[in-house]
Write a protein that binds this ligand. Structure first.
Ligand SMILES: [Zn+2]
Length: 165
């Protein structure tokens, strides 16, 4: 074999090796992209279904706060005027009290129940988080309210709390 032929042979071998490496790299990249895509799908799927869960809970409760009956929208004072922000960056704009769907069993502690409609109640933000008799700040009061006004849901929640492990 002449030196020329030998070089040509080595060149061919190196080219073949590079081709294999390129293909392997391409496969790894495709796998990486697929993994990333799958991760993103897992991340965004629960969010979308939580939104749907929230809509389902509100629909069952006729889109009203179960405690005070408030509907989402603007608020009026006793003279019938729409309540507006009195200060701050939104001064003069109407105050809109949104409705939330509240989880009776915490969605992080009980992920297996977080998409069940029985696990939710519709509350205005005041009764959900802000007032001292809200579901979040006045848990004891809210539990009593639920026991009297939503006995089936209260029973379900208590039965599904599980035991301390
Ligand atoms: Zn309310």
């Amino acid at each position: 074999m002449t030196i020329k032929q030998l070089r040509a042979k080595q060149h061919k071998e190196r080219a073949a090796k590079r081709k294999v490496q390129r293909e392997a790299a391409r496969t790894r990249k495709q796998a990486r992209v697929a993994r990333r895509r799958e991760k993103r799908a897992i991340k965004s799927a629960p969010k979308r279904s939580l939104k749907q869960w929230s809509l389902d809970v509100m629909e069952r409760d006729n889109n009203c706060c179960v405690v005070c009956g408030a509907k989402a929208g603007t608020r009026k004072d006793k003279h019938g005027n729409i309540k507006v922000f009195k200060s701050g960056p939104r001064k003069g704009q109407p105050i809109i009290v949104p409705l939330n769907a509240h989880h009776l069993l915490d969605k992080n502690l009980y992920p297996e129940h977080k998409l069940k409609v029985i696990c939710g109640v519709t509350l205005c933000v005041i009764n959900h988080k802000y007032s001292k008799f809200s579901a979040h700040k006045g848990g004891l009061w809210f539990s009593e309210w639920l026991k009297i006004n939503r006995p089936a849901q209260w029973k379900w929640a208590v039965e599904n709390m599980g035991s301390e492990e």
